[in-house]
Write a new protein. Structure first.
Length: 234
């Protein structure tokens, strides 16, 4: 039965991006982000005792001045960019599963990272609780569930490798190396703008933003044209 489950998942991925969660996915819950965080708001997210291997912080990261992030649910991308320095990177993403209407359960809107980069609830360098986070960074967002709890974030793959598709309980999953690099580029900053939109992201020239592309950045101070699902950032 387990072999059959793995084969079904593999077949889904060979057709493109996954529309179903990995049947061996250890995460479970209500589909509104991380239930554990709402139920245990004061719990340490790194128990300091886990035997999960520790990663090495990259030493070749550029120093960003004004980072911004756009997540596209239809495009399955995370776009980190800095219009001041010209840096950018587009990463593959695993986002929330699709509901009965065929839309990802990941919330859309204009959000941000936390107000204090030293706050280990918002900026978690190594998350081991629950253990399926694998010791990778966790970057919490101001997005809220229906109870007003901040249960959403950008984090590692949960499964052994990233599944680029509609697989999570609302958070944005990234490959291990990608979340490590993004986290440590963003961590020196607070209130980093993070927009999650349903539509495929378009760059300043109107071209599709995707992994492997070099999007044309909007000029510093220029209003970005976001998807209709979120509208302008105010």
């Amino acid at each position: 039965m387990q072999l059959l489950s793995r084969l079904l998942v593999a077949l889904a991925f060979t057709a493109g991006c996954a529309d179903v969660p990995d049947l061996d996915d250890p995460e479970n819950g209500t589909g509104e982000g991380i239930d554990f965080d709402q139920e245990n708001p004061d719990a340490p997210l790194d128990d300091g005792k886990s035997d999960i291997p520790r990663y090495t912080i990259p030493t070749d990261l550029p120093r960003l001045v004004a980072p911004e992030i756009i997540v596209s649910l239809d495009g399955l991308t995370v776009h980190l960019f800095d219009r001041t320095t010209g840096f950018q990177a587009v990463y593959p993403a695993g986002v929330g599963t699709k509901n009965s209407a065929g839309r990802s359960i990941t919330p859309t809107g204009h959000f941000a990272t936390g107000s204090n980069s030293a706050d280990s609830w918002w900026y978690v360098p190594r998350r081991t609780v629950p253990d399926y986070f694998g010791g990778f960074p966790f970057l919490r967002l101001t997005a809220q569930n229906r109870d007003g709890a901040n249960t959403y974030g950008l984090h590692g793959p949960i499964t052994e490798t990233l599944i680029r598709g509609y697989v999570s309980h609302g958070c944005v999953r990234m490959a291990a190396d990608d979340i490590i690099r993004l986290f440590w580029m963003v961590k020196p900053h607070t209130h980093v703008p993070v927009t999650i939109q349903r539509e495929v992201e378009r760059d300043a020239a109107g071209a599709k933003v995707d992994v492997g592309t070099r999007p044309r950045l909007w000029a510093p101070g220029q209003a970005i044209t976001y998807g209709a699902s979120v509208g302008p950032r105010r």
